[in-house]
Design a protein around this ligand. Structure first.
Ligand code: TYM
Length: 336
């Protein structure tokens, strides 16, 4: 049986949030468990250069994210884990695909518009070209499924468009991928403003749970979570965004459906729902925090694992890049 290639990545902009965990990594872990999947997960360290990074802190944050991946249960024996910047084929394929992507398409990307508004003093080419690098990440590995949160779906759509456009000219060179959302939690909202997405870069510390937050901090943030003025629990993301967000989080932490979670919480006061959700999150994240601390004590081990991932990713990526170069008419190289 042909294995399905599962590909995804996170930017090392800050510590992982509960949104990243629920919207992405928790689903990656499920894909990793199945023998029929061939999983590849990257740290998108080129993507995060679109905003200014302090080099020393950035290097540390990239390694920290690698340790967070492992602490959450991603396993180098089952999946390929690597740093995007260490596999040069990403940037090369990006150049080629740039030539098959229109400026108008990039201008229409929601994240580009949002980020340009947020970083008005630094609207660099990377910010605009970001989706083409993401398309290159995905297409280099002939990925079938890309598990992400809702906010990345537009980038996957453009990846598909680019792949189809390329194939229409050159034949079946690229695999056209599909985005995959989790059943629950594809968009975890801010605890401080449940009408906006929980985001790594939110300046309000109470808005975001970081996966490395201590239990006391987690409980404090949940107790402050914004809900509404009603006094009943129901799942209705449009009218009861805060309560629905808590219910989604609780459902994922306990492995239950939304319906079951709503039934379990029937009659609870909002305060109790907040405590119950906070406790479930703290219990889920405790082993991650502990595993992370142990892993960060042995950085050589992390570097060795990353090097193994780099080699495996590189070998796979070079096959696709050669195929693409051949398709567009570039002269093949003689050596490896
Ligand atoms: P990034 O780093 O912003 O987010 C990583 C993953 O977490 C998901 N996510 C959320 N899910 C639910 N609720 C939230 N509040 C929430 N916040 C973030 C995102 O949807 C994403 O799945 N461009 C990508 C990284 C990337 C990538 C790729 C992803 C680079 N190359 C190739 C897939 C395939 C990004 O910035 O994700």
């Amino acid at each position: 049986m042909d294995k399905k290639v599962i590909y995804s990545a996170v930017q090392p902009t800050h510590c992982l949030t509960l949104g990243n965990y629920i919207g992405a990594l928790n689903n990656w872990l499920q894909y990793q468990q199945e023998e029929s999947n061939d999983c590849i997960f990257a740290i998108a360290d080129l993507h995060a250069l679109t905003v200014r990074q302090e080099p020393g802190a950035y290097r540390e944050r990239c390694l920290s994210l690698f340790a967070q991946y492992l602490a959450m249960g991603l396993d180098c024996d089952k999946s390929i884990l690597y740093f995007q910047s260490q596999v040069h084929q990403h940037a090369e394929l990006q150049w080629i695909l740039n030539c098959y992507t229109y400026v108008g398409e990039m201008n229409r990307m929601t994240q580009f518009k949002d980020k340009s508004a947020k970083h008005a003093d630094n609207i660099n080419m990377g910010l605009m070209d970001y989706p083409v690098l993401m398309a290159s990440d995905i297409l280099l590995y002939n990925s079938n499924y890309v598990p992400v949160g809702i906010d990345q779906m537009q980038h996957i759509e453009i990846t598909r468009d680019i792949a189809v456009r390329f194939n229409n000219i050159y034949g079946d060179v690229l695999t056209v991928p599909e985005g995959r959302l989790g059943k629950v939690g594809a968009k975890i909202m801010s605890l401080a403003d449940p009408t906006s997405k929980m985001s790594k870069s939110d300046p309000d510390v109470n808005a975001t749970i970081n996966v490395l937050d201590e239990e006391g901090v987690i409980m404090k943030k949940f107790k402050k979570a914004v809900t509404d003025c009603d006094n009943f629990i129901a799942y209705d993301p449009d009218r009861k965004a805060g309560v629905s967000n808590l219910l989604s989080i609780l459902a994922v932490c306990t492995g239950k459906s939304i319906e079951q979670t709503v039934a379990d919480c029937d009659g609870l006061m909002y305060g109790h729902l907040k405590v119950r959700t906070g406790e479930a999150v703290a219990a889920m994240l405790k082993p991650v925090r502990e595993g992370y601390k142990r892993l960060m004590e042995d950085k050589d081990y992390l570097y060795r694992l990353a090097e193994d991932g780099r080699q495996r990713a590189h070998d796979r990526a070079s096959v696709t890049l050669d195929r693409v170069k051949d398709a567009v008419g570039l002269i093949p190289r003689m050596g490896r």
